[in-house]
Design a protein around this ligand. Structure first.
Ligand code: NAD
Length: 479
């Protein structure tokens, strides 16, 4: 579907890039080229910014119910096209088809939730200090927005930004990852089909993100940037945004601890660890990167987790029996291999996996490492791969300190039956998202986001709407 539409979507039209050049999209399971997509450059970004400006006033002033309808229709259409969209996602990103279907449902849920929320951008009346005054608070769309997204969730990371932008009345330009441009273009097609006015959404695919994005970063009239990706690029964009004081939302890298206490339901901890570790083959910002297990249960937990991961099938995600797809590219495989080799050199034991298979495709098998400690790279960098690194701990106080000993602060998970401990850890773990006996906390109505170097701002929930709204107040005198 989107392959037939491999053009840029600018100002409501499907066009070639100004340079007329294209780039290849690779299927990571086969290393084959599956599509050629226009390589957008600065001139294309300028066109998109102009188109967004031309559309801005009428979109901001359209009745909220009309904006809501567009979003709800888009969600409906996305769900109706689940099979085609999931297949496309699996081909360009690699994740197993069932996970791609799940992501399409998740992506549509953001459009639906924000469509509903569009109707609830309420103001406020604050009591004034004198009898002849009133204070009125109103919220207005922040203006033209730029959304920059990663490859690991090629649809949901886009709808999580486009949903609130459109709901609040902001035109939005999407710059998806060059590794997964097809899902982004398919989303643009859906919005075209459901009647989004021209210019309100543009999608620019390109291999030179720096120069492409720079045009928007230098343009004062672009008032908002929402970025999901690496902490390194996030910091760069924040610096650039300072020049014109753009509103900034940053969803950056994680380093999630997954803590299992001896009083936990161990089977539940194992099955949740499988999902928290293996979703998207571990290529997720909320992936469990350090699995801390209390010493008295570490052997049993390790045995059960190893058995669960050994039962997974690796291969091309289009095969319905496959539950472990390829990584995104050869660099990703090399990083995972480097982390495993470093851990082995420093004394970790491989309980499962650890060997790259021969042949085509960027595969790395589910791997379990025991005897891991914090001297190893795998506990310090985001691994972004299917490696479960198990660390033993003794006390609650100790594990909290070890879990917090990182600059990242996105997601943390913990498993315990002690209610007091559930509360204590919720307060003391320095993370924005906490899964207490839950390995899958993300959902459209919850405020997703990190603290410390994992970013700024929230996506999803009514907090996610606020990221696209300016607050103004009117002091009414002479009453
Ligand atoms: P990345 O930072 O390399 O790329 C993200 C996006 O930024 C891509 O669209 C890329 O083209 C663009 N980009 C790269 N360099 C740029 C530059 N100089 N100027 C402007 N744009 C630039 O990240 P990635 O490898 O695509 O994604 C993986 C990272 O994203 C991981 O660190 C992961 O944790 C993070 N992530 C975070 C969340 C979250 O919600 N916190 C969600 C998913 C992924």
């Amino acid at each position: 579907m989107a392959i037939a539409n491999a053009q840029l979507f600018i100002g409501g039209e499907w066009v070639q890039s100004a340079s007329g050049t294209y780039f290849d999209v690779i299927n990571p399971a086969t290393e084959q080229v599956i599509a050629r997509v226009p390589d957008a450059g600065p001139d294309d970004m300028r066109r998109a910014i102009d188109a967004a400006h031309a559309a801005q006033a009428s979109w901001a002033d359209a009745p909220a119910a009309d904006r809501a309808q567009i979003l709800l229709r888009a969600a409906q259409q996305m769900r109706a096209q689940t099979e085609e969209l999931a297949q496309l996602m699996t081909e360009e990103e690699g994740k197993p088809l069932n996970e791609s279907r799940g992501e399409i449902a998740y992506a549509a849920s953001f459009l639906e939730w924000f469509g509903e929320e569009a109707k609830r951008v309420y103001g406020e009346i604050i009591p004034a200090s004198s009898a002849n005054k009133r204070i009125l608070v109103i919220k207005r769309p922040v203006g033209v927005s730029l959304a920059i997204t990663p490859w690991n969730f090629p649809a949901a990371m886009i709808t999580r930004k486009v949903g609130p932008a459109l709901a609040t009345g902001c035109p939005v330009i999407v710059k998806p990852s060059e590794l997964t441009p097809l899902s982004a273009l398919a989303i643009a097609k859906i919005f075209e089909d459901v009647g989004l006015p021209q210019g309100v959404l543009s999608v620019l695919t390109g291999t030179q993100p720096g120069p492409l994005v720079n045009v928007a970063m230098m343009d004062f009239s672009v008032r908002k940037i929402s970025f999901t990706g690496s902490t390194q690029v996030g910091k760069l964009l924040m610096t650039q945004a300072a020049e014109s004081m753009k509103r900034v939302s940053l969803e950056l890298g994680g380093q999630a601890p997954f803590i299992v206490f001896e009083d936990a339901d161990l089977d539940a901890a194992v099955s949740n660890a499988v999902v928290a570790k293996m979703r998207s083959v571990g290529e997720s910002c909320v992936a469990a990167n350090r699995i801390y297990v209390q010493r008295s249960v570490v052997a049993e937990f390790s045995r059960k987790l190893t058995a669960a991961l050994a039962a997974m099938h690796m291969g091309n995600g289009l095969d319905p029996n496959v539950s472990v797809g390829p990584l995104i590219d050869s660099r990703a495989v090399a990083k995972v291999a480097r982390h495993v080799a470093d851990a082995q050199e420093k004394g970790a034991r491989v309980l499962l996996g650890g060997e790259r298979p021969e042949g085509l495709g960027y595969f790395y098998p589910p791997t379990v490492l025991a005897n891991v400690d914090e001297s190893m790279l795998i506990t310090q960098e985001e691994t972004f791969g299917p490696v479960a690194a198990i660390l033993a701990f003794d006390t609650e106080e100790e594990v909290i300190a070890r879990a917090n000993n990182t600059r990242a602060g996105l997601a943390a998970y913990y498993f315990t039956r002690d209610v007091g401990r559930v509360i204590r850890l919720a307060e003391q773990l320095e993370y924005g998202i906490l899964g207490a006996n839950d390995g899958v906390p993300s959902t459209a109505q919850a405020p997703f986001g990190g603290i410390k170097e994992s970013g700024l701002g929230r996506e999803g929930s009514h907090y996610g709407m606020d990221e696209y709204l300016d607050i103004k107040y009117v002091s009414l005198g002479g009453i």
